[in-house]
Ligand binder design. Sequence first.
Ligand SMILES: [Zn+2]
Length: 319
Amino acid sequence: MSIQHWWRRVALGLLFFVAAAGSDLAGAAGSPALKIIAVNYPLAYFAERLAGARARVVLPVPAGADPAFWRPDARTVGTMQKADLILLNGAGYEKWLSQVSLPRLKLANTSLGFQDTYLRIENAVVHSHGPGGLHSHEGLAFTTWLDFEQAGKQAQAVADAIVRKHPEWKSIVLENLETLRGELAELDAELKQTVAADPRRPFLASHPIYQYLARRYGLNLKSVHWEPEEMPPAAEWQGLQSMLKDHPARRMIWEAQPAPEIAAKLKDMEIESVVFAPCANRPEDGDFLEVMKRNVDALKAAFRQEKRANSVISKNPNP
Ligand SMILES: [Zn+2]
């Protein structure tokens, strides 16, 4: 790059910087953008949608890790202390919260508004997810955002927290909130309609994370405790067989595509695998809403296919 080019770049960059600082994007003249830390991806996505370029949203959890079983190291706690706003999921999601010191005024527990309807996890089992060590899902169910009405309330709480910090952004943040809640409400209506077509139909879940989804949409769901990448031991398969006796499901819902040998073994039992990704961490492709749309479509397809299979059976009754 020639010196001349270099200078042109610097000058252009400066011009852009001055223009951006003067515009609404950087907030009131001279004030820095809002620094937001979100403890999971759904909250980061809501903050990004609501504040746009006004905020710098950071999800401190490494890619691929489950934010529910992550804990911040000392350095991350330091970053959190310097942030303007820390978005929490609540419902026991942040098990590390009592062990760190964070400024109370910066914390926003986004599910506090519906804390009286939190669910408890039944049959907690100690197990591990990859190299993270043993853990159990005991206490409160925390995948609150898979009930899209609750997700809308959490988005509202994020909006309120942003507006508390920057009241001058109120009208634009509330406008963005309305759009986002509209999109969540569409998914909500679609799922309700899908399940209402046959609410007694039994489904299986591979992991106990779908409590709020099942409650909101009336899904007849029973859960085992499997991992997509680990072949369950023989006792688990026997357990599944006995579960099927009074819960004859033909679909198992997974967080991610199960390993081919697990999917094949399930298929031998006439159980198809359906992916409904909780999207707790940033997805490899698409965003929160796109992943949720794929989830809803997958569940809709499962209901449709099974209906077709049943109608073929009823048209050709065995003599
Ligand atoms: Zn687990």
